[in-house]
Design a protein around this ligand. Structure first.
Ligand SMILES: *Cc1c(COP(=O)(O)O)cnc(C)c1O
Length: 354
């Protein structure tokens, strides 16, 4: 047990109706925060009213982007209790990101306990209807007031909470994705395997161009040959070709998604043929031509499973199956969300119930 003092908000906000929820626009009444100093380490963990930060204009994170984050969810379960999906996996991933960004690691037990305490305090903010949840956003920022490039000597670690509806306004409907061979998101040796804002900054221009062309997101190819498939920027990607499930391996340039891992566990458990192997965009196109490309779907905490109805690659259009939600995509969505909402047995012990 850690000592985490609480300062309560003087007045509570009005909670939105479940039907009004979008993604990432509304925040709860309280937040967790702690500070890092050199020397001293992580100190002063506390829960405070949700409020703006006061930062010096020279604060390092604003100039050099030394920051990391996580994103996980708590759900209102069928029995009325609150469940968090694979919390420990997200907690330890934050520390893997910390290492790459020269950010001091946080005590994982303290992080975990603080998160649970905050969610318990804010439990009335966990919405109840299907497809809604409480999104949990832990993050760390570099806070030295200093214009110069080096790791900061001071940081803030925070957790904020946001009740959310579906990530894509389309909900569980197929999305259309634009394959770019003009821009690169990450290369091996870079930041691609960690959750850091820089990866998102790098993705914006391509995403804007894709949107203008009528596509929801960008599919990134490898930065050397523009051939091997990487991921979708906020999602990992899977293909079903000839009854085989294929996803690119984790080799340093893509993020190791927890949802990706959950999908690998579930599909292997169902006895499907599953491989983590490099797959090239031209191979996907060939499979489409041959009629063996059955499904494409993205995986991520925000949307869970996001079926893909179309890839646009230069002047070529690739359509998996008949363009509707595929069998495996649907089964995975039903299974994972079923476990999350407590409608199906938790075969792998993924859910921590409060
Ligand atoms: C967060 C993220 C994902 C999805 O990971 P999950 O753990 O499944 O949410 C995929 N790609 C990138 C770049 C991400 O930041």
């Amino acid at each position: 047990m850690y000592n985490i003092p609480v300062q309560k908000a003087e007045s509570l906000k009005k909670k939105p109706l479940d039907s009004e929820l979008t993604f990432g626009t509304v925040f709860t009444d309280h937040m967790f925060i702690m500070d890092y100093t050199t020397p001293g380490g992580w100190k002063n963990p506390r829960i405070e009213p949700y409020q703006p930060l006061v930062l010096d204009p020279s604060t390092m994170v604003l100039h050099y982007g030394q920051a990391i984050f996580e994103g996980l969810k708590a759900y209102r379960r069928n029995n009325g209790k609150i469940g968090i999906f694979r919390p420990r996996a997200y907690v330890s991933r934050l520390n893997r990101s910390a290492e790459r960004l020269c950010i001091p690691k946080v005590d994982e037990d303290l992080f975990y306990e603080a998160m649970i305490k905050l969610i318990e305090m804010e439990k009335d903010w966990v919405p109840g209807s299907r497809e809604t949840s409480l999104y949990i956003r832990p993050f760390v920022i570099a806070t030295d007031p200093y214009l110069g490039v080096r790791p900061s000597h001071t940081y803030k670690f925070m957790i904020i909470l946001s009740p959310v509806g579906a990530y894509y306004p389309e909900g569980f409907k197929p999305v259309k994705i634009y394959v770019t061979d003009k821009y690169v998101r990450a290369v091996k040796g870079g930041l691609g395997y960690v959750k850091t804002p820089a990866n998102y900054a790098a993705s914006l221009l391509a995403a804007e161009e894709a949107k203008k062309a009528g596509y929801t997101q960008v599919l990134w190819l490898d930065g050397c040959q523009f051939r091997y498939i990487e991921e979708v920027g906020t999602m990992n990607i899977f293909f079903v070709i000839d009854d085989e499930v294929i996803t690119p391996p984790l080799e340093g340039s893509i993020l190791g998604g927890i949802t990706r891992d959950s999908v690998l566990h579930a599909t292997r458990n169902w006895g499907l043929k599953v491989k983590e192997e490099p797959i090239a965009i031209d191979q996907v196109y060939e499979a489409y031509k041959k009629g063996t490309l059955q499904e494409i779907f993205g995986t991520g905490t925000a949307a869970v499973i996001s079926p893909v109805s179309e890839l646009k690659w230069n002047d070529k259009i690739i359509i998996p199956g008949d363009g509707n939600v595929g069998k495996i995509s649907q089964k995975l969505y039903d299974y994972i969300t079923g476990v999350q909402y407590g409608l199906l047995p938790d075969d792998f012990g993924w859910v921590t119930e409060l």
